[in-house]
Design a protein. Structure first.
Length: 254
């Protein structure tokens, strides 16, 4: 598949996902719908100006269209006011960070996805917390830090098999994200903004690890579906926060 076909295939995929016709896209970027048809087929190369218009129309980064494979990477991350503070470009930045990581380190034959746990949220609060604490201690054993406070929690999580990406994502509305794919494994992304305290970054690392284990069904590959608003009463947040607390400060080491 040549580059024009790769670009065309990506444009077609986005048109299908967003239910956009060739005529509508053509009107948006200033070409006829027969020209869009040629772009999609890959029989006519699209110039960079027109491709940028397509990228802006679908709220995608420019390099998205040059990637032949977009694995079904599913994301989950939170913001106080996602409708106001974040948009699809933020999710695309996260995806591109994962793709860049894969490009540098390559794909391996066996990808790790952590064990999934199902909690009975209707059970007694004390029993629920006991279960979360038990899982946290089990995970510390898996990470081989059962009886120590490690110098670097990021390395400890990576040794388990989770890919960890620490990067400034240029939006302080969220602290981190997590993702998984059966093809490329599990990822935790931590926002390395200088405006976010280091303690918050470590907490976010473990918080996202909890989401990978407890909230597998909450992840989404569609753009804005991956965002959800943080609320004080959100049970998913309470579980992740509780797990992070037990993991970072186990009773026997406090």
């Amino acid at each position: 598949m040549n580059i024009s076909q790769v670009i065309g295939s990506n444009i077609q995929t986005l048109m299908n996902q967003h239910n956009v016709s060739q005529r509508k896209l053509g009107e948006a970027i200033g070409v006829s719908h027969p020209t869009i048809k040629k772009y999609v087929e890959g029989s006519q190369p699209i110039d960079s100006e027109k491709l940028m218009r397509v990228a802006l129309f679908f709220n995608k980064t420019f390099d998205y269209f040059f990637r032949q494979s977009h694995n079904d990477i599913r994301f989950l991350f939170r913001a106080d006011k996602p409708a106001e503070d974040v948009n699809a470009v933020d999710l695309d930045r996260l995806k591109q960070a994962v793709y860049a990581y894969i490009d540098v380190f390559g794909e391996v034959d066996c990808q790790y996805v952590p064990q999934r746990y199902a909690l009975n949220m209707s059970q007694d609060r004390k029993k629920l917390f006991q279960m979360i604490e038990k899982v946290a201690l089990d995970q510390r054993r898996i990470a081989n830090i059962e009886n120590v406070i490690p110098d670097n929690y990021f390395e400890s999580i990576m040794k388990i098999g989770i890919h960890v990406i620490v990067k400034d994502f240029h939006n302080n509305a969220y602290f981190g994200a997590s993702s998984y794919s059966n093809d490329v494994g599990s990822y935790i992304l931590v926002n390395d903004s200088e405006n976010i305290p280091e303690e918050r970054k470590i907490f976010s690392l473990i918080h996202e690890y909890a989401h990978l284990m407890f909230h597998h069904d909450q992840y989404a590959s569609d753009e804005m579906d991956a965002f959800y608003a943080v609320g004080r009463s959100d049970p998913h947040e309470k579980v992740a926060n509780t797990f992070a607390g037990y993991f970072l400060m186990p009773r026997h080491l406090v």
